[in-house]
Design a protein around this ligand. Structure first.
Ligand code: PAF
Length: 253
């Protein structure tokens, strides 16, 4: 496995792979990897000749400076996990190289990005879509893999790929859960023991189902601070704050 932080270095390897006719799978991440990420990686390894994983804590998708600073980072552990998994390239560019335009150019979706996560995290999806578009242009993969935990993100990325005639196939992969049902997330490491137990309750209330109103009132009854619970396209989606950590999850309704 090669870890590449300069974009010129990557593009010459990409040219070699293209000449060799390799298919390329891509998993964009912000690091702090867990089994959820590794499920995307494993699927990419099965479906493509070569797999690239990017690790970039993307500053433009954070609406709170404190959240950006607290986001867990451990490049050494991440690269070890990816090497063991059999990944070919880890792309770990500097945010300054990715945003060489100073974020003057950005992708804005004007409808579905404004609800749910978008309503609670202004500018979040501009940052996500912009960095995903840049990374897709840089990597030029045949397939890119995204987790269904970030359901709204996945839908918006699919919509962008269609609207902008991108060649990459966008593939959604099922949520991976801990034994007690909590959806795997890089943010889970920030939960202390009490918050971790309440996070499992969040997952089980959501999985028990019901109307959005019922789920909200059950969560609030447990003292959980709810950002939203909403039904959309046959899914029940929720975001909560537990012990200072924001968690999202969704289930088929
Ligand atoms: O889902 C994530 O980890 C991020 O939003 C992504 C897709 C890597 C873009 O920064």
């Amino acid at each position: 496995m090669i870890v590449i932080d300069d974009l010129a270095g990557w593009s010459s390897l990409r040219d070699e792979w293209q000449s060799a006719g390799y298919s390329v799978g891509f998993v964009p991440t912000m690091g702090a990897l867990h089994e959820g990420h590794l499920s995307l990686v494993n699927r990419s390894l099965v479906e493509n000749d070569r797999t690239v994983v990017s690790i970039l804590v993307n500053p433009t998708q954070f609406d709170e400076q404190g959240d950006l600073e607290a986001y867990p980072r451990d490049l050494e552990r991440d690269t070890l996990l990816l090497e063991r998994a059999g990944v070919h390239v880890v792309l770990a560019p500097d945010p300054e190289a990715i945003y060489r335009d100073g974020y003057r150019y950005r992708v804005t979706e004007k409808d579905r990005s404004r609800s749910l996560e978008g309503a609670h995290r202004p500018g979040h999806f501009d940052g996500v879509l912009t960095v995903v578009l840049k990374l897709l242009h840089i990597v030029q993969p045949d397939r890119a893999y995204f987790g269904e935990k970030d359901w709204q993100q996945l839908e918006l990325v699919r919509g962008m790929a269609d609207a902008l005639f991108l060649d990459t196939e966008i593939i959604g992969c099922p949520i991976v859960r801990e034994a007690d049902g909590l959806a795997m997330s890089s943010r889970n490491v920030r939960l202390d023991a009490g918050a971790r137990a309440r996070a499992a309750e969040f997952a089980s209330v959501l999985q028990a189902g019901g109307s959005a109103e019922q789920v909200r009132s059950r969560l609030e009854g447990l003292g959980i601070d709810v950002d939203y619970v909403e039904m959309l396209d046959g899914r029940l989606l929720a975001a909560v704050r537990i012990g200072g950590v924001r968690l999202i999850d969704n289930v088929p309704a």
